[in-house]
Design a binder for this molecule. Structure first.
Ligand SMILES: [Zn+2]
Length: 393
């Protein structure tokens, strides 16, 4: 509400100034300009914190001329941001219907109206407006940005690619990342439509755009595995290990099938252990622990796991450790409890213990008065959520 009032203050000034200047134009005598009483009615609503009524009065007062276009644009924008899309559309349509707008102003109003339509879910109408703007070279960067949002929403990846190509020179920014994803989305579709050759071509194109992007590599690996081509799966996985090791976790299932079918399970464990030494990746730790437990028993798996539990402070790994400890006959319960205590101590160390029930302010110390919202006795003990603390203090 405060934001709305803040915006209405300049709006009311503009309306007042416009009314006064119109009066002056009609009656040149200085000092006796008569302001429309409706303006004071609007101001009154504003001062009484009734912005809705104030808005209606001001809209009623405003005629569109070159001095008030900006005000209309500000109002329409305000309505859209408040979720009053119908009102925003009315203001912007009203603006566009005028013949006295400069092309620049008309372009701005069309851009706003397009955004209203998107907000209202009328993507077809939004699309034709943005396309019109691009064609007329009015605000082409914003129009193309919005057109891209429309096509992404419609999952029309070919059109996304076209727009991305147009956008690059206009916005002077690289769209390589987006283009890689559009090609990958098209490749997914081609695979679903039973066109593996087409999918392969699209992935090759994606790799030519950015050969260090992990997604086409992951998809090539996955397609290879689906076709029983374990060698390609292996090669691509090694590429991914170099470029973005954590994405190897996306291929756990495929790797398991290929290695297990060929009786190379030990090799896979060695490979994961080597990778984890470079970068601890939680899903790969889980997979490796499972494999060690199956091969060497839970005690060995627990040994392997202990180092990672201290390093990652991840309750899921702690749970795994407890599971392995319970399954293992020779495990020492005191040692296990000591591990659990140590981990919990670290996880709880930097937590903010007090939360304000009124404004959400969090603090390490207790305050009788909340430093955030100044309410009294609203701070209480924060229940542990397991989320990392966000310090507001
Ligand atoms: Zn508070």
């Amino acid at each position: 509400m405060t934001g709305l009032l803040l915006l209405l203050v300049p709006v009311s000034f503009v309306v007042g100034w416009w009314l006064a200047s119109r009066q002056r134009a009609r009656q040149p005598e200085p000092g006796c300009a008569e302001v429309n009483p409706a303006y004071f009615r609007g101001l009154n609503f504003l001062l009484n914190e009734q912005p809705d009524k104030a808005i209606d009065v001001f809209i009623e007062l405003l005629e569109v001329d070159c001095d008030t276009v900006e005000t209309h644009l500000a109002l329409g924008n305000l309505f859209r941001r408040r979720g009053e899309v119908d009102r925003a559309i009315r203001v912007h349509q009203n603006l566009i219907a005028r013949s006295n707008l400069t092309p620049e102003q008309r372009g701005e109003a069309l851009l706003e109206l397009g955004q209203d339509y998107m907000r209202a879910g009328l993507f077809d109408r939004a699309e034709s407006l943005f396309a019109e703007l691009v064609e007329q070279k009015l605000h082409p960067r914003e129009a193309l940005d919005n057109l891209l949002l429309v096509y992404q929403h419609e999952r029309d990846w070919r059109r996304c690619l076209e727009v991305a190509e147009q956008l690059e020179p206009v916005a002077r920014r690289s769209m390589a990342n987006e283009k890689v994803h559009y090609h990958c989305e098209l490749a997914e579709e081609a695979m679903q439509n039973g066109q593996p050759d087409e999918a392969r071509k699209l992935l090759d194109k994606a790799r030519r755009i950015d050969k260090r992007h992990p997604r086409p590599l992951v998809m090539q690996a996955r397609f290879a595995a689906a076709g029983g081509d374990c060698r390609t799966l292996d090669r691509r996985t090694r590429d991914i290990e170099r470029i973005a090791p954590r994405h190897v976790a996306l291929l756990i299932g495929e790797l398991a099938t290929c290695y297990d079918e060929q009786g190379r399970g030990d090799e896979l464990i060695q490979r994961y252990i080597a990778l984890l030494e470079r970068e601890p990746i939680a899903p790969l730790i889980h997979e490796t622990v499972e494999r060690i437990a199956r091969r060497d028993g839970p005690a060995r798996a627990a040994d392997f796991l202990q180092g990672y539990v201290s390093e990652l402070d991840d309750p899921a790994l702690l749970r795994e450790l407890i599971r392995m400890g319970l399954a293992s006959a020779e495990s020492d319960p005191r040692q296990l409890l000591a591990r659990i205590e140590e981990l919990l101590a670290r996880m709880l160390a930097d937590r903010l213990q007090y939360t304000c029930s009124h404004c959400g302010f969090q603090s390490r110390r207790f305050h009788w008065q909340c430093p955030g919202c100044k309410h009294w006795e609203t701070l209480s003990w924060t229940p542990f959520s397991g989320h990392p603390p966000k310090e507001i203090e």
